[in-house]
Ligand binder design. Structure first.
Ligand code: 6PG
Length: 475
């Protein structure tokens, strides 16, 4: 008997993907650097489907039908190159290596090009949804060649999350496109989490709500337009009491958020692409600020305002909901613009609406909201920004007064809300009739003769600031 597909790297993500494949009727070859893990999987879950455990890489490869499909699920970074090389040496032209880790898309481009030279398909694939998603249906974002997609498609479609009968997977585009899109997914994930955290903080410390009450507010929000996995788990967390101390769980957790790097990459890449993602950037910086115990200890004694809780708690909660929704629209608009910029830079031709569609289920940012993004791109695939599409423009118009008030409360009460504030600044920047960038260009021309363009005629100009500022020359 031959296996339809093989999984190497059987830590929790690899193990759960292998089980998901087996549960869908595929025969799955298994391999792990230490064989004990392979054996443990078969012993514990062998009755879920057909597994072909292999002791060695050679045995593993020999057990696969052709073209061979090898899914590598190892920690992103140096181990990936070693594992890819180990298997590439055993494979034949036409075979496919799938990297399901969170690799950097530039590494994926490099690996894809190198393996293509050897006749192998390399498919950098974003897999989102954590352990649970990998087992019961993730969102799957494959890059790589069209040919490899045809070979993987039936398998990916059957194991992916399903929403309205549609599988949460599609061919994102060539080479690194899949990992790029997964990276931006994670950047948006950071922004979503930060915005939810700010909403919580404001409601608790300006609104005076206790965690148990907040759990109810988030639960109610989860039945409306904010309906999403992250809001749902937030309600669960806020309702949870620490069994040891009897205190709200959120109060016993150290307030330092960590990161493995994909959010940071989203921002680094956006800087390289010239794609403004200030909402996502604030989320990354907020995590980093929280982790700087040294800075925080040094500044702890600095004064803040005297706090007064808001007068009408219920009305404030409604305003925070609006601020959250509006800021979320901005974060997603920025993320999708980054995908658009990456797609143009690398020639990937990514379908933004299809990307939104496969994030509706399985992944960490899964939400009803993504259907609205899909619809917006279906109506106008070339829209420069989601902010200006009818559905979102209307929501922003409805939210903007409340949004401003919430940011004002944050400032007045001394509660940091960098996500809300950055999103609002972006909104106001885009809608501004004139930006003070005119002054910046003037300054550049003044000290560096960097020239400027004029509103009333074409061309580049320079003013002779030092000699005779009445004189303007064509530059
Ligand atoms: C997913 C997640 C996942 C990510 C973790 C941790 O889509 O399933 O994005 O891929 O690794 O959420 O990310 P951080 O450690 O950077 O918070």
């Amino acid at each position: 008997q031959q296996a339809n597909i093989g999984v190497t790297g059987l830590a929790v993500m690899g193990r759960n993907l292998a089980r998901n494949l087996a549960r869908h009727g595929y025969t799955v070859a298994l391999h792990n650097r230490t064989e004990a893990r392979t054996k443990a999987l078969v012993q514990e879950f062998g009755d879920e489907g057909t597994f072909l455990p292999a002791a060695t890489a050679e045995e593993f490869v020999a057990s696969l039908e052709r073209p061979r499909r090898v899914v590598v699920m190892v920690k992103a970074g140096a181990p990936t190159d070693a594992v890819i090389e180990e298997f590439a040496a055993l494979l034949e032209p036409g075979d496919i290596i799938v990297d399901g880790g969170n690799a950097h898309f530039l590494d994926t481009r490099r690996r894809e090009a190198a393996l293509r030279e050897r006749g192998l398909h390399f498919v950098g694939t974003g897999v989102s949804g954590g352990e649970e998603g990998a087992l019961n249906g993730p969102s799957i974002m494959p890059g790589g060649s069209a040919e490899s997609w045809e070979a993987l498609r039936p398998l990916f479609e059957s194991i992916a999350a399903q929403v309205d009968g549609e599988p949460c997977t599609t061919h994102i585009g060539p080479d690194g496109a899949g990992h790029f899109v997964k990276m931006v997914h994670n950047g948006i994930e950071y922004a979503d989490m930060q915005l939810i955290a700010e909403a919580y903080d404001l409601l608790r410390h300006a609104g005076g709500f206790e965690p148990a009450e907040l759990a109810e507010i988030f639960r109610a929000w989860n039945t409306g337009r904010l309906d999403s996995y992250l809001i749902e788990i937030t309600a669960d967390i806020l309702a949870h009491t620490d069994p040891e101390t009897g205190r709200p769980f959120v109060d016993v957790v150290l307030d330092q958020a960590e990161q493995k790097g994909t959010g940071r990459w989203t921002v680094q890449t956006a800087l390289d692409l010239g794609s403004p993602v200030n909402g996502i950037a604030e989320a990354v910086f907020a995590r980093s600020t929280s982790g700087h115990a040294d800075l925080r200890a040094a500044a702890r004694a600095l004064p803040g305002p005297s706090r007064e809780p808001v007068a009408d708690r219920a009305a404030f909660a409604e305003k925070v909901e609006k601020a959250l929704y509006a800021s979320k629209i901005v974060a997603y608009a920025q993320g999708f613009n980054e995908i658009q910029a990456g797609s143009a830079e690398y020639g990937w031709d990514i379908d933004l609406g299809a990307t939104a569609a496969i994030w509706r289920g399985g992944c960490i940012i899964r939400a009803a909201f993504l259907d609205r993004i899909r619809a917006a791109y279906a109506a106008d695939p070339a829209t420069p920004t989601l902010l200006a599409t009818p559905d979102f423009a209307e929501a922003l118009a409805d939210a903007q007064d409340a949004w401003r008030e919430v940011v004002a409360v944050a400032v007045r009460e001394g509660i940091p809300a960098p996500g809300f504030a950055a999103a609002l600044a972006y909104y106001d920047s885009l809608r501004a009739d004139r930006l003070p960038a005119a002054l910046i260009q003037s300054q550049r021309d003044y000290f560096g003769a960097h020239t400027y363009r004029r509103v009333d005629k074409d061309g580049s100009f320079h003013t002779l600031w030092a000699d005779d500022p009445r004189k303007e020359i064509d530059a």
